[in-house]
Design a protein around this ligand. Structure first.
Ligand SMILES: [Zn+2]
Length: 489
């Protein structure tokens, strides 16, 4: 059987993308695979030896009958796909209905310059003047004006979407310019919503642009999205993803979802005409820190352009009511090996949001921080941390300490941490003998989050020595490292 490993999981399989395993059943194939890569066991299975809920296993593109197929003898050419959630159906071939009513369409009129502007749409028989009026009448929310938001916002504006609301709390930074093609040098340090407004108005001044410089949370999301036709999720973290999914499902707004990681992207449509929601597919996020976010894991520059353009295209098809779309499906695109697949997503009767007995009926009553593992576990022993200044002092004094760098190789290539040994999180439990329990051990990562996961992992594995976290991670210590470099080398 051929097992295909999603990019986000590959680091646990020695960067293997696909592998042929001679086995009669999927269960046996996976067991052989995990014997080859024992570090991956902990990632795929929980303590009760069940597959973790943020990972979906597809056999030949379907995951609906996994229970039956798991122990079935299947032909050699069977394909198994391990698909995790990434930092993010209606009956097939159901007639697609436009999200925009005829009354709203009829209220739109165009002047000569608009007829010229949208000429290439008017030529398409599926769009024409009627379709273009639906696009003009549409009100779309874009959550996140970063890498995915950049193509989405620009294509919605170019296509003539009448009202575009952009929600983003961030300002443009230099590192954004590698992928966020909405911005240029002159936008650095400006609020993204301000630069997005300029860009949209420059494309088409008749568009109603609504910019909200804020962070979506459970208290404000309903106000922000209620009354709009469609939400496009262009965020980069699990908390926002689940919050947006839940609010859209509860209010009844379709959601076009997109996510990227390194070379791989996912696109899907949720909450449309009784179709599944994001939670149906991924009931819970991966433990905090296990899969680095896009800002930690990186991504190739055009990937958000590919995924965001598909999101914008799906959004236009929903507005127009044409073609076939990704309702109840996820499209995955692997830009490194140029492979794409469409996977089915089934509504989960036990889904806490859209299932038969929903338990989440108001986003205000659900703790998204805790759900995404962003809160410190009150039952766990508290994790003590060093500030960058404290750690610098310990290094200056030549104290007998051990610094462990848990970052990925590409992150270490950007900035080496002085005097640190390197142990990836996946190998910590196995290699704990390399640490001296009589010495203070300080864990460092980019932002000080994965290092907390490292400490918890080591404690769970029974390590008894003192463990500390570098607060704020290497990002917070950069200046100190640069100023000490000579002395510390
Ligand atoms: Zn659901």
């Amino acid at each position: 059987m051929k097992i295909y490993i999603s990019a986000t999981l590959r680091k646990f399989f020695a960067s293997t993308a696909q592998i042929e395993i001679p086995a009669s059943t999927p269960r046996k194939a996976l067991a052989i695979l995990l014997d080859m890569y024992p570090d991956a066991k902990k990632i795929l299975y929980d303590e009760k030896n069940s597959i973790r809920s943020f990972i979906r296993i597809y056999i030949n593109g379907d995951n609906s009958s996994i229970d039956v197929l798991w122990d079935s003898v299947l032909p050699e050419e069977t394909e198994i796909l391990l698909l995790p959630a990434i930092a993010g159906g209606a009956p097939e071939n159901a007639p697609v209905e436009s999200l925009i009513t005829d009354d709203r369409r009829k209220a739109v009129s165009f002047d000569d310059s608009e007829i010229e502007r949208f000429g290439k749409h008017l030529m398409l028989k599926e769009i024409g003047v009627k379709g273009q009026k639906r696009i003009r009448a549409a009100k779309v929310v874009v959550a996140g004006a970063g890498a995915l938001g950049s193509p989405v916002i620009q294509y919605l504006a170019a296509a003539g979407v009448g009202t575009i609301k952009v929600i983003d709390f961030d300002e443009v930074s230099l590192s954004n310019l590698q992928s966020q093609v909405l911005y240029g040098n002159r936008d650095v340090k400006r609020p993204k919503v301000a630069s997005a407004r300029d860009k949209v108005k420059n494309i088409d001044k008749n568009i109603v642009f609504e910019g909200e410089k804020l962070k979506l949370d459970a208290d404000n999301i309903a106000n922000q999205i209620d009354g709009y036709d469609l939400v496009i999720d262009c965020t980069d973290n699990y908390k926002a993803r689940y919050l947006i999914n839940d609010a859209c499902a509860l209010i009844g707004i379709p959601l076009v979802f997109g996510a990227i990681y390194q070379y791989e992207g996912q696109v899907g449509i949720f909450n449309l005409n009784g179709g599944p929601c994001y939670r149906c597919q991924f009931p819970s996020p991966p433990p905090a820190g296990l899969i680095p976010s896009c800002s930690e894991g990186g991504s190739i520059s055009p990937l958000p352009g590919i995924i965001g353009s598909i999101q914008a295209n799906e959004a236009l098809k929903l507005i127009l009511g044409i073609g076939e779309h990704l309702n109840g499906k996820i499209l995955t695109v692997d830009s490194l090996y140029l492979q794409s697949r469409i996977l089915k997503v089934h509504r989960n009767g036990n889904c806490p949001i859209c299932g038969n007995h929903p338990t989440i009926t108001q986003v205000e009553n659900f703790d998204y921080e805790e759900f995404c593992g962003l809160k410190e576990n009150e039952n766990a022993a508290p994790i003590e941390g060093f500030t960058p200044e404290e750690l610098a002092k310990r290094i200056d004094n030549d104290d007998p300490i051990t610094i462990v760098d848990v970052r990925e190789p590409h992150e270490r290539a950007i900035l080496r941490f002085p005097k640190a040994i390197v142990i990836p999180i996946g190998q910590l439990a196995r290699r704990q003998g390399e640490l001296d329990p009589n010495k203070d051990v300080i864990f460092v990562c980019k932002e000080g989050k994965r290092s907390i996961l490292a400490i918890n992992t080591l404690r769970e594995a029974g390590y008894k020595g003192p463990l500390y976290n570098l607060k704020g991670g290497i990002d917070a210590m950069k200046d100190l490292i640069f100023s000490h470099e000579g002395a510390w080398l």
